[in-house]
Design a protein around this ligand. Structure first.
Ligand code: NI
Length: 239
């Protein structure tokens, strides 16, 4: 009797741990066990990519665009459909200034325990919102938090979308991170750097990305000095 109980308890423990590990594994942006994620471009030369997530939102996306324009640096913006509908003119400017645009879902919900149907809706609403303004449908997708979940890959495949996460980040979502140092720490050929021009789909008055904006010029200059050239992510995909 005691033995049976012990075996049952142990099995429950092992199953629980395996279940936990399974759920956790989907949330690691760099793990590929459940499907491919582009983490970096080719390591053959010193091309790197800057990516900004969650926008567009005033004034931070616009300030970032000013900095990029002044330094002639192309970047990639993974936008949320909801923000695109709020600030179409900023998306228009992103496109006009030659940057790449990717899909970052409509409402930036944590992807766990969502159905394939819900995923598809989130992605389609955003493709729709973007193409209405730019005339083009994105070919790249970044999931919120870099996390994936059951059903995301078939939805992406059907729509010709490639999943892109990142290799480097300035941890600009943490309140006191040294954005520049962290972003440059592991920089190498093909690096994809994650930064943010907004936060989820919060209203603009709740968003403060001034630390990212402040860190950006020096970050770009340091990367240039180290011999790196910035390219849009789409260039990594086609090469
Ligand atoms: Ni995001």
């Amino acid at each position: 009797m005691t033995h049976t109980f012990l075996i049952l308890a142990l099995s429950a423990l092992v199953l629980g741990a395996l279940g936990g590990l399974y759920v956790y594994a989907w949330s690691v942006p760099t793990w590929q066990i459940f499907g491919p994620a582009l983490l970096r471009g080719p390591a053959t030369d010193r091309r790197i990519a800057l990516t900004f997530d969650d926008g567009p939102v005033p004034p931070f996306t616009e300030q970032i665009l000013d900095i990029l324009r002044a330094r002639k640096v192309p970047a990639t913006f993974f936008v949320c459909g909801k923000n695109v509908e709020r600030f179409p003119q900023i998306l228009r400017r992103i496109q006009a200034e030659g940057h790449s645009i990717g899909n970052h879902t409509y409402s930036h919900e944590f992807p766990y325990f969502r159905s394939q149907k819900k995923f598809a809706l989130e992605i389609d609403r955003t493709q729709e919102a973007i193409s209405k303004i730019t005339g083009e449908r994105p070919v790249i997708f970044r999931p919120p938090y870099g996390a994936r979940w059951l059903g995301v890959y078939p939805v992406l495949r059907e729509r010709g979308l490639r999943l892109v996460n990142w290799s480097d980040t300035g941890y600009d979502w943490l309140p006191k991170s040294d954005i520049m140092r962290l972003a440059l720490k592991g920089l190498g050929p093909g690096s994809i750097i994650l930064l943010h021009d907004s936060r989820n789909i919060d209203p603009p008055e709740k968003v403060d990305r001034s630390r990212t904006v402040k860190a950006l010029p020096a970050l770009i200059d340091a990367a240039h000095e180290a011999g790196f050239t910035f390219v849009p992510i789409t260039l990594f995909i086609s090469s």
